[in-house]
Design a protein around this ligand. Structure first.
Ligand code: ATP
Length: 362
């Protein structure tokens, strides 16, 4: 664990950072909690510069010896509106209360910055040893259904499984979903989960009915596993390739680009693919993500396009056509298509040969 330059009997590393240290994994976020009011505490640290304060949440960012450190106050949370952001209750509550608002026992650990002692009220250390994901109470998924997707994320990332009771709570929730939830938070967890590019995760997501959190629809797992295609062709936005296969994701707040990827995928379905020219034209200018999604419908054609056709480009331009005496007109695109058809048959054609083909067309 990267250590902060600050020790205090009331200051604890908390959550994922403690879990990651026990798993011997690098942590990207270092969460630190002060038992009491972190803002007041920050003001008493000699040589610390206070950079930012968030009064309602009781959090503070300081700079100390060149290091920026975020410190949260211990706080309780309640979920008056199930499935939405919790409401912050008592700031400066006990460490135990702060821990008990968390999602899984493996994330409910704290480590003293002063002594290094690990505080484990919920059996998280044992659950890490047995690779088990357990919620802290029976209403956990009702309060916050995004925890179901977080569970999926941790199961992929660490190879952990829900214990029987937690799985039952998941099944119960999924058979009675409250769709009035924060889809922004759900999306964040879906992004983090499916950016891991795991077909196994997608299998679980579909077969266990977790996908129904997005919308009440029916979906069965596609027969074609696209994980290797994603690894091989390295598209930019991974998560949408998986989640975008569902029939209805309109509840999720998508970016323009993500929306286009899904729309392009849908418009590929049903297009005729009888020749290399048709395949080329269908995929030309379409996002790589949409093309890989289409592999769930027709993997052979996608592989053929990506391996053999995608990089074929005609060299002839409108300027060349003008130089051989053809005035600009709508005929140009017919000529280019004609040349392209020939080039797809023989990718080694030179530009001079392309010009000859254009003349022949005329
Ligand atoms: P990651 O490595 O993906 O960042 P993390 O466990 O550190 O995983 P964060 O999202 O950074 O996850 O959250 C930090 C801590 O806050 C978690 O370890 C957990 O204790 C708590 N937490 C996060 N999300 C929830 C949630 N939806 N419900 C309850 N506790 C949560």
């Amino acid at each position: 664990m990267s250590i902060i330059n600050l020790k205090d009997k009331n200051l604890y590393y908390i959550g994922g950072v403690v879990r990651d240290e026990l798993l011997d994994r690098k942590s990207f976020d270092i969460d630190i909690t002060y038992v009491g009011n972190a803002i007041e505490f920050a003001k008493t640290i000699p040589d610390a510069e206070i950079i930012q304060i968030n009064e309602p949440f009781g959090t503070v960012r300081i700079k100390l010896a060149g290091q920026e450190i975020d410190i949260a106050s211990t706080r309780c949370e309640t979920y008056p509106q199930k499935g939405h952001l919790p409401v912050v209750g008592d700031i400066g509550c006990s460490l135990k209360e702060d821990i008990l608002r968390r999602d899984f026992t493996i994330n409910a650990l704290a480590k003293s910055t002063l002594t290094g002692e690990i505080i484990d009220y919920t059996g998280g250390i044992d659950d890490i040893k047995t690779k088990t994901l357990k919620v802290l109470h029976d209403n956990s998924f009702i309060d916050d259904p995004t925890r179901i997707v977080r569970g999926l994320k941790f199961s992929v990332r660490f190879g952990f499984e829900f214990d029987e009771h937690t799985k039952k709570l998941q099944d119960n929730y999924l058979s009675n979903i409250n769709y009035d939830m924060s889809y922004k938070r759900l999306k964040k967890e879906l992004v983090e989960t499916f950016n891991l590019n795991s077909w196994t995760a997608f299998e679980k997501f579909v077969n266990e009915g977790i996908y129904k959190l997005i919308a009440p629809c029916n979906f069965t797992l596609p027969e074609v596993n696209i994980e290797n295609l994603i690894t091989k062709y390295k598209p930019e936005i991974l998560w949408i390739i998986y989640v975008g296969l569902l029939p209805d994701i309109s509840n999720l707040p998508l970016t323009k680009q993500e929306k286009k990827i899904v729309d392009d995928f849908h418009s590929l379905i049903g297009k005729s693919t009888n020749s290399d020219f048709e395949i080329y034209k269908n995929f030309e200018g379409v996002n790589l993500e949409s093309i890989i999604m289409f592999a769930t419908v027709n993997p052979e054609i996608v592989k053929h396009y990506l391996d053999n056709l995608r990089n074929i480009k005609i060299e002839i331009t409108g300027k060349d056509l003008q130089e051989i005496g053809i005035p600009p007109s709508s005929k140009y695109s017919e000529i280019f298509d004609y040349v392209l058809k020939e080039k797809l048959k023989n990718p080694a054609l030179t530009k001079a040969q392309e010009i000859e083909i254009a003349k022949k067309y005329l």
